[in-house]
Write a protein that binds this ligand. Structure first.
Ligand code: AMP
Ligand code: ZN
Length: 138
């Protein structure tokens, strides 16, 4: 299903032209319009899902095989040293376009891309409590 006024629905379904690098029946991979690095690709499902929580099972099962192919092609085409595979959900997580997408970002040893966090620590047995809390929800 497409969502009215969703730009990524229009791009994924070919209604707005894009620099397409990958297409199958469920997804389109395009060059990001404001790339973190040359060769930065975003993979979009053709059906609208705002984020990973809305992503149907079929797309969920098929997304990583497509990402893997794209990552390998990006690495060969750009000669990059590595890639980040990134997928943001929610404004707090940095999502700006609310149609699920996966970033494939080429990386070099010294580049300007910043993806990081300040590391924390679990105290006492709080890590097993947290693990248990998550397991219960699966
Ligand atoms: P996110 O912050 O994870 O939601 O990423 C949204 C990404 O979409 C950003 O990297 C934007 O540069 C990219 N973007 C936004 N509009 C377009 C567009 N029309 N074509 C290609 N990429 C886009
Ligand atoms: Zn959409």
């Amino acid at each position: 299903m497409k969502k009215e006024d969703c730009i990524f629905c229009k791009i994924a379904n070919g209604e707005i032209p894009s620099a397409t690098v990958y297409e199958d029946e469920l997804f389109r991979g395009i060059l990001d319009i404001a790339p973190a690095a040359r060769g930065h690709v975003i993979l979009l499902p053709k059906n609208h899902a705002a984020d990973v929580f809305e992503l149907p099972e079929e797309e969920a099962q098929r997304v990583f095989p497509a990402v893997k192919k794209i990552a390998a092609a990006v690495k060969q085409a750009t000669g990059c040293a590595g890639v980040n595979i990134l997928q943001n959900n929610g404004e707090s997580a940095g999502q700006t376009v609310f149609h699920f997408h996966v970033h494939v970002i080429p990386r070099e040893e010294e580049d300007t891309v910043k993806i990081g966090w300040k590391t924390g620590a679990y105290e006492g047995n709080s890590s097993s409590q947290m693990a248990e809390r998550i397991r219960e929800k699966l």
